[in-house]
Ligand binder design. Structure first.
Ligand code: SAM
Ligand code: SF4
Length: 369
């Protein structure tokens, strides 16, 4: 078996290499994390791009077995933020030069929902003189819906595959038409077709998940040629069916460490994509997101959800910043990012360089004919 110093000298990585990297500990791990940061600085620089996260509704038609806001969790008080509240949060992001917002919600595909998002996107563009970049994360939709939202102003979309292993996917989702693995993959292809910068990701430390599964997830990202990635530790929620398997879990520190190894390995595998420092890291370690920024991540999503709704968007236990308002959160974030030695790309979209290069190449190729 190859050792880590030798693997770190390579430019490409096979499944066995990735498994070795994911298992790294001690000095080997320090070398992996250091190398990932060097690659990040060389490929995408030292800037952290902010995306103000607005969790605008917890109404969801799905029943993912791990998620606290799943349809069948009757303890959740359902909410839909009003248009003015969403637009106020966007205005805050724009005035504070965040560069972009992420609109996230449970999965709903009614025509009134599709239309409402369309209208909101146009208003966000209007209120910010087209300055704010917009990422959507509203689950699986029809190609036509993705197109309409793209034409209305969204240009990035986050849709985690959750696990690229079909068997594991069905251990963490009900096995029925509403939770089809094939449709999730098809949706990722639709997003590409509609022109978005596409982000996906997985939860790390799921019950039944192996190192081989995680290595395969990384290879899945590479094969799909994604532009962005958001991966975080799986965190249990007592009102979900997956909770019954909690005895199979690694402890939280191990899930945290493995997430950083995943981020570092992905930075080596796909050097010029955008990688987010997931909020779930902060639920384990208060400085979790900053630690991710030091080992390859370059995007952070400060929470701008109106305070009154935050307690009802509890995907997992100990979700951080529940009682902080947007302003306080922003100040603590800024100090932390600076402490982590990085610089905030204020007012910049910070689009995926990987996406931009693909686009330039496609334009050059089409000019040849
Ligand atoms: N409904 C959309 C979807 O599923 O794509 C977007 C919102 S969903 C709440 C966003 C992400 O939260 C999911 O992709 C999932 O990875 C993450 N999530 C849900 N429950 C979680 C848990 N218990 N631990 C960690 N992450 C979780
Ligand atoms: Fe709904 Fe998304 Fe949670 Fe699944 S992960 S239950 S789709 S909000």
């Amino acid at each position: 078996m190859k050792n880590i110093p030798d693997i770190l000298k390579q430019e490409s990585f096979n499944r066995d290499d990735l498994i070795t990297l994911l298992r790294a500990n001690g000095e080997d791990r320090t070398a992996l994390l250091k190398r990932a940061q060097e690659v990040k600085l060389r490929e995408v620089g030292n800037k952290v791009y902010l995306r103000g996260l607005i969790e605008f509704s917890n109404i969801c038609s799905k029943d993912c077995l791990y998620c606290g806001i799943r349809k069948s969790n009757g303890k959740v008080v359902r909410y839909k933020a009003r248009d003015e509240e969403i637009l106020d949060a966007c205005r805050f992001a724009w005035e504070n030069r965040f560069g972009s917002v992420v609109l996230q919600s449970g999965e709903v595909s009614s025509s009134s929902f599709v239309k409402r998002i369309e209208g909101l996107l146009k208003k966000i563009k209007q209120l910010s003189n087209n300055d704010l970049g917009i990422t959507l994360s509203c689950g699986e939709q029809k190609l036509d819906t993705y197109r309409r939202w793209f034409e209305s102003g969204a240009h990035r979309y986050l849709l985690r595959i959750e696990s690229s292993n079909r068997d594991l996917y069905y251990k963490i989702h009900p096995q029925n038409e509403t939770h089809s693995f094939e449709r999730r993959i098809e949706s990722l292809h639709f997003l590409k077709e509609a022109g978005y910068q596409v982000g996906t990701g997985v939860m790390i430390g799921l019950p039944f998940q192996t190192y081989g599964d995680l290595a395969d997830d990384l290879l899945f990202f590479k094969k799909l040629d994604i532009d962005m990635c958001g991966m975080g530790p799986y965190l249990e929620h007592e009102d979900t069916p997956l909770y019954e398997h909690r005895h199979l879990l690694m402890n939280k520190q191990e899930r945290f460490d493995l997430t950083l190894n995943m981020i570092a390995a992905l930075r080596l595998l796909m050097p010029d994509i955008n990688i987010a420092a997931a909020t779930a890291l902060q639920a384990i370690d208060p400085a979790g997101r900053e630690k991710a920024l030091a080992v390859g991540a370059n995007v952070m999503m400060p929470n701008l959800t109106p305070c009154e709704y935050r307690g009802e968007y509890k995907l997992y236990e100990n979700k951080p910043c529940l009682d902080e308002d947007a302003g306080l959160c922003r100040n603590c974030l800024e100090a932390r990012i600076e402490l982590a030695g990085a610089e905030i790309g204020y007012g910049e979209w910070g689009d995926s360089l990987h996406f931009n290069e693909k686009k330039t190449k496609a334009n050059t190729d089409s000019n040849l004919f």
